[in-house]
Design a protein around this ligand. Structure first.
Ligand SMILES: Cc1ncc(C[n+]2csc(CCOP(=O)(O)OP(=O)(O)O)c2C)c(N)n1
Ligand SMILES: [Mg+2]
Length: 321
């Protein structure tokens, strides 16, 4: 499979995963340093392969509805680190960022709603607009396993199916919604089975295998772009950290997180690329330094900017899809 993926895509996905991981670690350090007055990190480290594999199949003008745990989507969708930390999404909070408020209409990023699931209706509206305007743009709506039980998502599916809208629904199943196991909130084993009732295809993938996510989302995105309607992907992954940083996590069975950490998508993909000679160890070190330097430079720039006034929010935050 890896042999059939163009080398530039393999490299892009690696860069996006490393960038996501480093930004996640950076936000954690920032919060711990007391330099963040708004953000409690909802870490997404270990879950990057889902969004990264999907974004490798999206164009800049396609839409993606993110979640609090998928910040890495911003760079995977094409934004620079400087855009993310200083000039665009986090601009108002000088790099600190609240956990709900990133968006960017130039890159088709639809923000996350604090009322889980409602944002999927917005993504469905974007898919409707793409269709009514006779474009071949596609929308992707990522949401967590717990969010996946909200009625607003099911209403979106009914509508998207009847109207054959170009939207891919993606359940990022990291096994927990806060402290509740997915096994307690679903009566089905295979989450993609839900697609059957709505009349569109669904598939469950190993969400820690970026190549599998890439391949399955490619087929569904192409299908949607050609006018054949929605699909559902259930991406199996694991929330390696607490719902938010500092949470007790007493609900996890002993040893579970350790088992899943062995399936961390980043070392797994790194090994595949090294084995295939797509990357060398020195490429990896070079990229690490490059991304770290870009984060630092962008953050210093962000700190040099004045904070937004209330009028700036009005001017800059009204998104036009
Ligand atoms: C409608 C609604 N109900 C409850 C909450 C409180 N809440 C915030 S995050 C969360 C869990 C989300 O779990 P999941 O969708 O699996 O995403 P994850 O945090 O695992 O990425 C809950 C219940 C909310 N924000 N909105
Ligand atoms: Mg979850």
């Amino acid at each position: 499979m890896i042999e059939q993926v163009p080398k530039d895509i393999l490299q892009k996905m690696y860069r996006d995963m490393v960038t996501g991981r480093k930004l996640d670690e950076f936000f954690l350090k920032l919060a711990a340093s007391g330099d963040s007055d708004k953000d409690v990190p909802h870490r997404g480290a270990g879950e990057e392969a889902v969004v990264v594999g999907i974004c490798a199949n999206l164009r800049k003008d396609d839409y993606i509805k993110v979640t609090t745990r998928t910040r890495h989507c911003l760079t995977a969708k094409g934004m620079s680190i400087k855009d993310v930390l200083a000039t665009k999404s986090y601009r108002d909070q000088r790099g600190v960022g609240g956990h709900c408020n990133y968006y960017d209409h130039e890159y088709g990023i639809i923000p996350y709603s604090g009322t889980l699931g409602e944002d999927v209706m917005v993504a469905t509206g974007a898919a409707l607009a793409a269709k009514l305007r006779n474009t071949d743009r596609v929308a992707v709506a990522i949401y967590g396993d717990a969010s996946g039980n909200r009625p607003s998502i099911h209403s979106s599916m009914v509508f998207a199916s009847a109207w054959k809208l170009p939207i891919i629904f993606v359940i990022q199943n990291n096994q927990y919604g806060m402290g509740t196991s997915v096994r307690k909130s679903y009566a089905i084993e295979d989450l993609s089975d839900r697609a059957k009732g709505f009349g569109f295809p669904g598939k469950t993938v190993d969400g820690n295998d970026v190549l599998e996510v890439y391949e399955v989302s490619k087929a569904f995105i192409e299908r949607a772009r050609e006018g054949n309607g929605p699909a559902l992907i259930a991406a199996e992954t694991y929330r390696l950290y607490g719902h938010y940083e500092g949470e007790g996590q007493k609900y996890r069975p002993e040893g579970e997180a350790e088992e899943w950490s062995k399936k961390d998508p980043l070392p797994r993909y790194t090994k595949q690329l090294l084995d295939m000679n797509v990357l060398t160890k020195s490429d990896i070190e070079k990229l690490d330094h490059e991304i770290e330097a870009e984060i630092e430079e962008s953050m210093n720039f962000a700190r040099s900017l004045p904070k937004w006034k209330i009028e700036d929010y009005h001017k800059n935050c009204i998104a036009e899809l």
